[in-house]
Design a protein around this ligand. Structure first.
Ligand code: PMT
Length: 216
């Protein structure tokens, strides 16, 4: 199978040296790409800035902003059978980033933000991708309820939900504990290394794609 995987945070420029971002280390997405390659699949890893090594056997495409990630996904998704969007894409970006470094002349400052493109939400309706689509949901409360809403709105086959209010899993941790939200059921996966969780997700993703193609 051919996988497209997004990982890491995005950076949304405020000026040439400052940006809006988040705590994603990229570990979960890199573990997914590594697991796919380990299992003999092809993987394109589209990643925001991280400090991680590129997993062996993976095609790597570095990006910086949500817009760049959107364009990379649009460009490569049709070369793939399965898309797993694990990146923590910034939801808002400055409308008008300054061309030069902003000087600290005033005591307060207001930066006007606009929504970034919804990559996951574009996969079916804009990119017209028909392969297996797996999204993530980073929630701090009512995890399953919000995740199931995302599954339906974004027309995913699976949402991997994690509780990012916890410090021992989720953002910037080596472990995760997730609930797999399928259209007809939920399946909790106990706390384990991100590498182990990644292998479980890759296995489920292949089954979903296999079922899709045999139904056609
Ligand atoms: O990188 P790590 O430190 O290992 O941490 C892993 C993780 C916590 C980042 C990962 O497990 C995770 O939860 N990733 C999704 C983070 C996120 O942004 O979740 P969300 O609920 O805000 O977004 C829902 C889905 O929409 C995600 O698949 C996201 O990639 C996607 N999205 C979000 C915004 C946007 N503009 N475009 C998108 O495609």
């Amino acid at each position: 199978m051919r996988f497209l995987i997004t990982a890491g945070p995005t950076r949304e420029a405020i000026d040439p040296v400052r940006y809006i971002s988040n705590k994603s280390s990229g570990k979960m997405g890199y573990a997914l790409a590594g697991a796919a390659a380990h299992e003999g699949h092809r993987a394109i890893l589209i990643s925001g800035p991280t400090a991680l090594d590129i997993p062996p056997g993976v095609d790597f495409l570095p990006v910086e902003s949500a817009q760049e990630m959107y364009e990379a996904v649009e460009r490569y998704i049709h070369q793939c059978d399965i898309a797993i969007l694990c990146a923590a894409v910034a939801d808002y970006r400055p409308i008008d980033p300054a061309k030069q470094k902003i000087k600290k002349n005033s005591d307060t400052m207001v930066i006007e933000l606009e929504k970034t493109p919804d990559i996951l939400g574009s996969v079916r309706d804009v990119f017209q991708f028909e392969g297996a689509l797996i999204g993530f949901a980073a929630e701090t409360n009512d995890v399953e309820v919000y995740a199931r809403g995302k599954l339906e709105r974004k027309k995913c086959d699976l949402i991997v939900a994690n509780d990012v209010s916890r410090h021992d899993i989720g953002f910037d941790s080596s472990q995760n504990e997730v609930t797999l939200i399928f259209p007809d059921r939920s399946e909790p996966l106990p706390k384990a290394s991100k590498e182990h969780i990644a292998l479980e997700i890759i296995e489920r993703a292949c089954i979903i794609q296999h079922n899709k193609t045999t139904k056609k």
